[in-house]
Design a protein around this ligand. Structure first.
Ligand code: GLU
Length: 315
């Protein structure tokens, strides 16, 4: 049986964009008779909080997004990330990097705000240079020693995406496994075959597929879904107002109403039509999903004013 997943970071309440992505991931999974797992990406203990985890799960349940088995927490899987790092290190595929963010920024010229690949400054650092960094208390991050391969991922919604597997960070310099490592170790380790997530992560997918291959796994299939944007065209944020389920409920829109609103935003129902997740599942056809972001922010969206259908707009 195939396996899909939703992998939120418990750093706050899920907003409508996160909830919409969760609904879509669920629809993709259930429409292919797949198991559906929830994984808490809570490695960053500075921002991840257990109380957010409980709220996020309650919000998913209120919308009717159910999951199989117990929720997995990355903070409880540290050993797996270190085992993957050991496997790569044994093949000579890692190196410590002492560069600060500032130094990296100064070394790369990144036109149009693109993130340029790390220039490999620390690739050939001598052991005396390493010792000198350590002597002044600089702690290294650990990077992948990549061969600069270019990987193509065939995204179900976005088509082929080509990207470089660069020398990305595997373990941060505070000792925390990096997102790109942990997500691959878990997707592979949990047998995830279908990754459905926001399209802000589209450009990370070739890198992640490349790392999966290095660890001896086949990469999952990917479907990157359009984001929900705030009225200013920026990604949705708290300041946009009324963006969480609790906010919506305080404004008079029930969880069922939010489900209809989100279902309507992906073309599966009318904005005020009472629907269950099973109804949405029956109507779900991935090829008909919108490919443009949903812009949140009309007054009716925010207030859920009775009888007034929220209007959907495209940027
Ligand atoms: N934890 C990430 C987030 O909340 C999602 C990671 C993923 O789906 O690969 O944005």
């Amino acid at each position: 049986m195939a396996v899909g997943r939703f992998a939120p970071s418990p750093t706050g309440a899920l907003h409508l964009g996160n909830l919409r992505t969760a609904m879509l991931a669920w629809l993709f999974a259930r429409s292919t008779s797949s198991r559906f797992l929830v994984r808490m990406e809570d490695l960053d203990h500075v921002v991840a909080r257990p109380e957010h985890e409980g709220q996020q799960l309650a919000d998913l349940a209120s919308l009717g997004v159910d999951w199989d088995g117990t929720v997995v927490r990355q903070s409880e899987r540290w050993e797996r990330y270190e085992a993957a790092i050991r496997l790569l290190a044994e093949q000579g595929l890692t190196y410590p990097c002492f560069c600060t963010r500032k130094e990296i920024q100064a070394a790369v010229s990144a036109p149009h705000g693109e993130v340029a690949p790390y220039p490999g400054t620390c690739r050939r650092l001598s052991s005396s240079a390493q010792a000198a960094h350590e002597a002044v208390g600089r702690r290294p991050a650990l990077r992948l020693r990549s061969d600069g391969a270019s990987v193509v991922v065939d995204d179900l919604l976005c088509g082929p995406v080509r990207g470089l597997v660069d020398d990305f960070v595997l373990r941060r310099n505070d000792g925390v496994p990096a997102y790109n490592l942990a997500v691959v170790v878990d997707d592979c380790g949990q047998g995830i075959e279908q990754v459905v997530r926001g399209d802000d992560l589209l450009t990370s997918s070739p890198r992640q597929a490349g790392l999966a291959h290095l660890l001896g796994f086949a990469a999952p299939s990917y479907a990157h879904v359009p984001l929900v944007l705030g009225p200013s065209g920026q990604r949705l944020a708290k300041r946009d107002g009324g963006v969480t389920l609790a906010d919506q409920q305080a404004l008079g829109r029930s969880a069922e109403g939010v489900r209809s609103l989100l279902g309507a935003s992906v073309g599966l129902c009318e904005p005020n039509e009472p629907v269950t997740m099973a109804d949405l599942l029956e109507r779900f056809e991935p090829v008909r999903l919108p490919r443009q972001p949903w812009v949140w922010g009309q007054a009716a969206d925010r207030t859920g004013a009775a009888g007034e259908a929220p209007r959907l707009s495209r940027p």
